[in-house]
Design a protein around this ligand. Sequence first.
Ligand code: PXP
Length: 271
Amino acid sequence: MPAHRNSLNPEGSPTRPAPLRLGVNIDHVATLRNARGGVHPDPLRAAHLAIEGGADGITAHLREDRRHISDTDISRLKNELTRPLNLEMAATDEMLQIAIRHVPNACCLVPERREERTTEGGLDVQGSVKTLKPFVAKLQDAGIRVSLFIEPDIKTIEAAAAVGADIVELHTGRYCNLALEHDAAGVARELERHAKAARAAAAAGLEVHAGHGLTYNTVKPISRMPEMAELNIGHFLIGEAIFGGLSAAVRRMRLLMDEARDEPFRVGRTG
Ligand code: PXP
């Protein structure tokens, strides 16, 4: 299997794509813990179970209002995890200091609005090139890979390359919402946008990730995109864990991703 991250061998003919990593987002274990203010359930214990189920890494979003993950969670995850930590955060001075203190494997920069329930859209990279460029450089100087959470949009990808990001994470929220509404035309349109964006990002030298709202039903078409290197999935897996345990939920998601990786990618394939 080629070591480089897209699916083309040096002669340019398609081969089996590189393996797709799964990052499990454990924010909502902390949401449940915080509902009662104690220590149970413990996000670190959840992280260990996710890894047991096949997670390649753990993702956690330290929000400015600390509504779920806490500063202590981040330090415990960083110190005790056996797999890479992906820290999601807003591009603020406070978060920059925290990231530099803990040196996670990667930081995913996300837009943040206090009134939102979840991260509702991608970063405005084009409108923030001046501030993002030095911010990205400071994280990279500390040895942290930098990802930008963006809409699957070509101009935004060009801007992400211009600010020096290592990775773009494509926001799959709209695709997943349309799938929930059984809007077949909308789903096909969104998948096409993601496929184009993934190709453009890989061509610009960016590693391609995706996430938000993914479920057992929506993970396969995204996983088949050959440029895709990592998916970050949280809410659905934590919800499923209530019914069958977290390791089992992660194991099933991993299996679907691996199956999809062995199936041919075809433009227009939605299921
Ligand atoms: N990726 C990013 C950048 C996110 O902000 C989130 C949500 O915190 C996710 C992935 C995971 O989304 P979900 O919890 O809907 O699976």
